[in-house]
Design a binder for this molecule. Structure first.
Ligand code: UDP
Ligand code: MG
Length: 323
């Protein structure tokens, strides 16, 4: 039996790009159905992440026109990761496999064929990995690569150059559903789910229309979020830096005592100031890193819902299609 594929696409203020990419997604899906790679019950699911423009109206229109398209709308903007999670969790019981992809046409939809092949060969998770960054600006390219390196150094296992273009089987999603954290960094979490996985390489293009929602400030926040969500290495690092400084402080104290005993009385204002500033800085930095973790514990302890669905397109009532 051919697998039922649901393509999950988060959209936030995408009225400019959706009219361009929606026909492409639909064509891909129907093409795969015609080729008998996937079952006819397969669907494209657009998740509206609380857009303020006409995105949801567009999605509702597409769903009305074509039964292969479904729409979910979140009650407010929750960010890419939560929107994607909403789509995956809401749809996992109705399909055999999901593929998540951005709606801006940057990721090559033709890589889906190869992802499906890897699935047939037994992979439960297939990571889409971009093999070039030519279309990114030099700045985005180098910062992105810097972040991957930093994350790796900090002990976060993530696939180099993989974003959120990924095939995940319903079986892996069932296991993933038990990861209940609210601080989401999906690309670092899926490797923790395990199962047999594979990579498929593709060229990443420029956005077809509209603008990126990830300027540098958000990218830095996202990378830091990833590290503090998945690794406690920064806390280890603080401990090591602290120990080293304590060691040197001892050396300094002994030196100062010996100097005092030998009668070299120095005014020492400069060195004092330097030490106080340096230690003050280190302490503040360390506290802020620990604060990040405390903040996360605070958020996790509340167990707030990770997304709230406000609307669904028609054919979404439970149990209508298979399973
Ligand atoms: N997105 C979302 N919620 C947000 C921000 C972005 O659902 O709050 C979606 C967006 O519509 C797109 C995907 O996440 O489908 C990736 O965003 P974008 O293309 O702006 O990021 P970039 O590719 O520049 O990193
Ligand atoms: Mg994009």
């Amino acid at each position: 039996m051919k697998p039922i594929l649901y393509i999950i696409i988060p959209c936030y203020n995408e009225e400019k790009v959706l009219p361009v990419t929606e026909p492409l997604f639909l064509k891909k899906l129907t093409g795969l159905i015609e080729k008998e790679s996937i079952a006819p019950e397969s669907r494209v699911v657009f998740v509206n992440d609380g857009s303020r423009d006409r995105t949801w109206e567009l999605i509702k229109g597409y769903a009305e026109e074509n039964s292969h398209i479904l729409g979910l709308s979140l009650s407010r903007n929750r960010g890419h990761q939560n929107a994607l999670l909403a789509g995956l969790m809401e749809m996992k019981d109705r399909c055999d496999i999901t593929i998540s992809i951005d709606c801006d046409g940057q990721d090559d939809i033709n890589a889906m064929d190869e992802m499906l092949k890897e699935y047939e060969k037994g992979a439960e998770i297939v990571y889409g990995v971009r093999n070039n960054r030519d279309t990114d600006s030099f700045f985005k390219r180098s910062t992105a690569q810097g972040f991957y390196r930093l994350m790796k150094a900090m002990g976060v296992e993530s696939i180099y150059n993989h974003a959120d273009y990924r095939l995940v089987s319903a079986r892996a999603l069932d296991a993933f559903a038990d990861f209940e954290e609210v601080n989401l960094f999906l690309r670092g979490l899926f490797p923790l789910v395990g199962f047999h996985s594979a990579c498929v390489y593709y060229a990443r293009e420029k956005r077809m229309a509209g603008e990126s929602h990830y300027p540098i400030k958000k990218m830095v926040a996202f990378a830091l979020d990833g590290i503090t969500s998945l690794s406690v290495k920064p806390i280890d690092l603080i401990a090591k830096v602290g120990l080293t400084i304590v060691f040197f402080s001892f050396v300094g104290i002994i030196y100062a005592l010996v100097s005092a005993l030998l009668g070299h009385v120095v005014s020492g204002w400069t060195s004092m100031t330097c030490i106080i500033c340096f230690l003050g800085g280190i302490q503040l930095l360390s506290l802020s890193i620990i604060g990040q973790y405390v903040g996360k514990i605070y958020l996790e302890s509340k167990h707030r819902p990770r997304y709230i669905i406000s609307e669904r397109t028609e054919d979404q009532k439970k149990g209508e299609d298979r399973k």
